[in-house]
Design a protein around this ligand. Structure first.
Ligand code: NAP
Length: 476
């Protein structure tokens, strides 16, 4: 009973950082980059540090307040031993099994490839030294960040292990170093923690590949229509369009399509839920993955919209634009005839610009609210309001901006070259579909059942039927 109480109280105590001035000695195996960086940081935080190394000769690289001993001697001086050595050299620990018995071994290692070994390095260490309590920690922190103090973006340290007390001891050290421990559970989580630093922008893969594919498609599409066609039929060389004109077509096209693709999965999910009459069945995997990367899709769209703004700003100083303007003025002067102001065109042009400015403003607002520092400061309802209501308003404004840009050219035969419509007409397909379907979904006959489904109502409630059956049977 008292042993149990002691155990409990030690766990409770361990939850708070160790506030006593005297800190326990920590042993670090390995005097490489990471071992030394961790050693420096620990000495700064008041921990006596002893290194276990193959060579006990003093080196100027090793923190001067630290002792360097053989592995066996160093291990005897501390209850916690940090193994700052690559996994492939762990074999040297086997003869030390006796001295390591009962010690807390902290595995900090990383691999070169995801799932490189069948078991995690930490589990491998636990197999090699079965008498020790292995804890995985620190692998997501780099030696450089530890030494330079630039840990702003990576203050979180994932910790996992099977022994609660050992894990708490390591978490106390993490806190004492000014970092934030995140308990990830048992040693089974080690593989995931080891894979974490090897992942390369996992959520960005789909948005980036998609935008690369769409950019390539629209580049060749515009090249054929705007450069090759005039060259073939009019013998005009517009190859310089590749520098500004074509990118300034691709950027708004991609911004609009990607923005629409942020809202399309939500619309599809609503249709699926209405069709199934329940929210308790999983969406297809592709839809789940698509929903998870909506923020990244939106940010890539914002990047394209920002580029469009920059490209548009330089239009007045382009030599081609100035040549065309002066040509018009000279022809009016030569013909002694001033073109009257076309108010319809002036309206179209001003509305087009106004819609673009407002659309971009809201687009930027959406981007800002998706930043963690901002989204953490708004509640769930506020976040949904910005991302959903303002998001749809942004999509409406940007779609209208493109529609007004088309103006009366949509039906003009001259805007079709090789029967190909202008690229901006193609980019209107997805946003128009999203907006029309969303508009239909707002109708009460669809919105009401959808809201009820999202609140848990089911058209064919299988589970409650079963429970009703059980209740009825028990009553009988
Ligand atoms: P390192 O510079 O290559 O140092 C590893 C140390 O291991 C060596 O200095 C050596 O220390 C010891 N060692 C080498 N061969 C050995 C052998 N056959 N037997 C026993 N000890 C041997 O590597 P590191 O960059 O410090 O990384 C150490 C561990 O930390 C790795 O598992 C790595 O994945 C992990 N890590 C590193 C970083 C980082 O930013 N570098 C970040 C997170 C995690 P002695 O000469 O003193 O024996």
């Amino acid at each position: 009973m008292s042993a149990q109480m002691n155990k409990n109280s030690s766990n409770i105590m361990a939850l708070a950082p160790n506030t006593s001035n005297k800190r326990e000695t920590v042993c670090i195996f390995g005097t490489g980059d990471f071992g030394r960086a961790l050693g420096y940081k620990m000495i700064q935080s008041g921990y006596p540090v002893v290194f276990g190394s193959r060579s006990t000769q003093a080196s100027s690289l090793i923190p001067k307040d630290a002792e360097v001993l053989s592995h066996a001697e160093a291990a005897q001086k501390a209850a916690i031993i940090i193994i700052a050595i690559q996994r492939q050299h762990y074999n040297f620990l086997t003869p030390l099994a006796e001295v390591l018995h009962g010690k807390v071994l902290v595995d900090v290692s990383n691999n070169l490839k995801i799932n490189q070994y069948p078991e995690s390095n930490a589990e491998y260490l636990a197999q090699l030294v079965p008498g020790a309590k292995v804890v995985k920690a620190f692998n997501t922190v780099s030696a450089w960040a530890l030494q330079s103090g630039t840990l702003d973006a990576s203050r979180q340290v994932f910790v996992c292990g099977d022994d609660m007390e050992a894990k708490q001891m390591v978490m106390d050290i993490v806190r004492a170093l000014g970092l934030t421990p995140l308990d990830q559970g048992s040693l089974l989580a080690a593989q995931e923690i080891e894979n974490y630093p090897l992942k390369l922008f996992p959520m960005w893969k789909f948005p980036i590949l998609l935008s690369l594919g769409l950019s390539a498609f629209f580049f060749f599409y515009c090249l054929a229509r705007d450069v090759i066609y005039p060259y073939v039929y009019e013998n005009k060389d517009f190859s310089f369009f590749i520098a500004i004109s074509i990118p300034n077509r691709i950027c708004p096209i991609l911004a609009l399509i990607l923005l629409a693709l942020v809202y399309l999965p939500g619309v599809l999910a609503a249709i699926i839920q209405l069709y199934r009459g329940t929210k308790y069945r999983r969406f297809p995997d592709w839809l789940d993955k698509w929903m998870l990367c909506r923020k990244q899709l939106g940010l890539v769209a914002l990047a394209f919209a920002s580029l469009h703004v920059l490209y548009t700003l330089v239009i007045p100083i382009r030599s081609f634009v100035r040549w065309r303007l002066s040509g018009r003025i000279i022809s009016q002067a030569l013909n002694n005839k001033t073109e009257p102001l076309n108010t319809t065109n002036a309206w179209l042009s001003d509305s087009y610009l106004a819609l673009g400015i407002l659309g971009f403003f809201l687009f930027a607002l959406l981007g800002i609210t998706s930043l963690p520092s901002v989204s953490n400061n708004v509640n769930w309802r506020e976040f949904r309001f910005v991302q959903s209501k303002l998001g749809y308003l942004t999509l409406i404004l940007c779609t209208a901006h493109t529609l007004v840009y088309g103006g009366n050219r949509f039906l003009s035969p001259s805007s079709y070259r090789w029967y190909l419509p202008n690229a901006y007409m193609l980019c209107l397909i997805v946003p128009c579909i999203v907006l029309v379907v969303k508009f239909v979904l707002i109708f009460p006959c669809l919105d009401k059942p959808l809201t009820r489904i999202r609140q848990g109502w089911e058209r064919n409630p299988q589970y409650s039927e079963q429970s009703n059956y059980i209740i009825n049977k028990t009553a009988v």
